[in-house]
Design a protein around this ligand. Sequence first.
Ligand SMILES: Cc1ncc(C[n+]2csc(CCOP(=O)(O)OP(=O)(O)O)c2C)c(N)n1
Length: 451
Amino acid sequence: MHKYIPEDIDAVETQEWIDSFRDVVELDGPQRAQFVLGKVRDYARTNGIPFPINAGTPYVNTIPRDRQPPYPGDRAIERRLKSYIRWNAMALVVRGNRRSAGIGGHISTFASCATLFHVGVNHFFRPNVKERSGDQIFFQGHASPGIYARAFLQGRLSTQQMHNFRRELAQGGGLSSYPHPWLMPDFWEFPTVSMGLASITAIYQARFNRYLLNRGMADTRPCRVWAFLGDGEMDEPESLGAITLASRERLDNLTFVVNCNLQRLDGPVRGNGSVIQELEAAFAGAGWNVVKVITGDDWDPLFEADADGVLPARMGEIVDGQWQKYTVEPGAYIREHFFGTDPRLLRLVEHLSDKQLEKLRLGGHDPEKVYSAYKAATDHQGQPTVILARTIKGYGLGEAGEGKNITHQQKKMNDEELRSFRDRFDIPISDKELETRRFIARRRTARNIDI
Ligand SMILES: Cc1ncc(C[n+]2csc(CCOP(=O)(O)OP(=O)(O)O)c2C)c(N)n1
């Protein structure tokens, strides 16, 4: 970002270099081209010409559309279930705070990582069964309402427990604020909410699994360790403190998923920079396999129509504070300020309405992009993988906080905000029922509704 780019003092010579390089690619293939470029770089370095290490790649998806595997699930059913879980997670916090203001809880973190979580549970995470050990998952601590919401829909938690979120000692039992096996031994496997714990513990867990295997003590081959982490959380010293250990030990049984909503507790993670590019450089430099999931399927046709490569270049210019601004502004603003800097960019979106521009989906909210990244991570051998997924904090909350600085602390929603949340995710709750902020349950009970 904002690197110093010297002026091109001889454009003809520059073009000749590019033409020769293209010839090598076309005639001898990409491997030979990489080899030649490597030789030029080595020549520069051994002759004292500074050649900075650059672990960054353009600000686009690592996996292009034509390399995406087919999605194995039923998107419509999955979306329906995910929407109900979104609703229950929101209702858990909002109801709690109506009963007792200040009881706390977080809506926006799970709202941002719901798709990251659901693609995992629907297609990747394997439970412990008699014949083999299962996967070990470190959940992003502030997303706990979403995990409870799913367990409730499955019938694993009672309505009473849901009513008593953050009131474990209340009559009938309750739910702890955050993941902790000491507080809820039959539910949580790992404590995570003190930020930085999940990352370093996940690395040592993956390493310990290898230790058990290598000494013939347990067959841990089927176990994969997944850690869901916040982008702000990556600033804790423990988060990056052991990442070279993971690559040195070739822990390909380990996947990090960083929920890059670009926000932390009360503001941007990197207002004037790019946290995704920074993390990519840190992890790639430490020897990890890095998979970036930046844009969703709405963007694919734009990239494909962009013959001059102006779109990736423009994306690379935008700092995170500005991305956040696009999240809270209407489509007309995005057209003027993002696409409006070059007529070629404007032409790419002339067929889209302002509303469509506003809704251009990001990668971390697109199940197919997320599935591709998880598949690439689980297939990859010899290195741990980090997935950097671009999301929006408070996704779906609209005026109640989507992408706003206050969203982390949002615990209340008025009737109007609830109505738009319900409509956006097609939740089967009538206007009358909105008032009660009911949970959606598997079976009809006195206080909940059926699905
Ligand atoms: C060690 C530690 N310091 C501070 C906090 C308080 N805290 C809770 S959430 C949060 C911000 C989380 O930001 P991020 O990791 O980006 O996750 P997000 O909720 O935005 O997805 C902070 C600072 C904490 N939980 N742990």
